[in-house]
Write a protein that binds this ligand. Structure first.
Ligand code: ADP
Ligand code: MG
Length: 243
């Protein structure tokens, strides 16, 4: 995908530059999550803000890295061209450095379990991406359906761990071949992740070198397998709760 034509770039610039003020806090979240109003000149809209200082401590992920993982996930999706992750930036806000992501107006009744049949083709790249980033928390509610019928993937805080941690609700494709055009995109990504390449250097701002090695390792495994992996019977492979 050409650098200059990516459709979400304008939104990312708006998120990075806009004046932000809190609208409300999502009180049912583990981590501090705020709905923000963002304004930059003509453009006004809503965003999600997750300050680093409000990240819930976990035993397995280093402190203060969840916002970085969200940004790295977005930037990887941008390089691949899929899945559809709302533009996400790292910036300062009223509660300090954090991730800021475009807010998606979504159907509150929709989630993976209601979309599983009708949106199968659009869930496939999400499932593939989760294998790649080792997503430890793909809950059913982390898929949003917008008024135009697009599926958006959110909450990539628990990604890129060096150890196998995939926990996802999307096992529909297990054992199936990875269809076109995805293998081609994965092969292209492999080149972009070589040391010194712009994408590799960009991701190294957010992830450790060991985590980038892990990403390349999982990518090589997917390319060699050329199929969607089955769940590992030795490990928990579903998120809790499921939605
Ligand atoms: N980009 C977004 N657009 C719309 N709603 C969002 C977005 N990101 C998060 N949300 C809403 O906020 C809730 C909490 O966000 P999430 O990223 O899951 O944080 P946490 O896992 O800490 O609760 C989500 O379940 C969803 O309802
Ligand atoms: Mg969540």
């Amino acid at each position: 995908m050409a650098e200059s034509t990516y459709p979400f770039d304008e939104t990312a610039i708006w998120l990075a530059r806009g004046r932000m003020e809190p609208v409300k806090q999502f009180v049912r979240s583990w981590n501090q999550v705020f709905l923000m109003r963002v304004e930059d000149g003509e453009r006004q809209g809503l965003a999600i803000y997750k300050p680093r200082a409000g990240e819930y401590p976990l035993w397995d992920f280093p402190r203060g890295t969840l916002c970085l993982r969200e940004v790295a996930s977005y930037r990887l999706s941008r390089a691949l061209g899929w899945p559809r992750i709302p533009p996400t930036v790292l910036r300062d806000g009223p509660y300090g450095l954090g991730m800021v992501q475009q807010f998606i107006e979504a159907d509150p009744k929709a989630n993976y379990f209601t979309l599983q049949e009708s949106q199968r083709a659009n869930l496939l790249p999400v499932a593939l991406f989760d294998h790649l980033v080792n997503n430890a928390d793909r809950k059913g509610g982390h898929l949003l359906l917008d008024p135009e019928g697009h599926i958006w993937a959110i909450d990539h805080a628990l990604t890129f761990h060096v150890e196998p941690k995939l926990r996802t609700v999307i096992w529909d494709f297990a054992g199936e071949p990875i269809p076109a055009p995805y293998p081609e995109d994965l092969i292209r990504l492999r080149g972009q992740l070589e040391a010194g390449q712009p994408l590799q250097q960009d991701l190294a701002r957010f992830l450790s070198l060991a985590e980038l090695d892990g990403l390349r390792r999982r990518l090589d495994h997917l390319l060699a397998l050329n199929r969607f992996p089955h769940p590992d019977p030795q490990r928990a492979h579903l998120p809790r709760p499921l939605v």
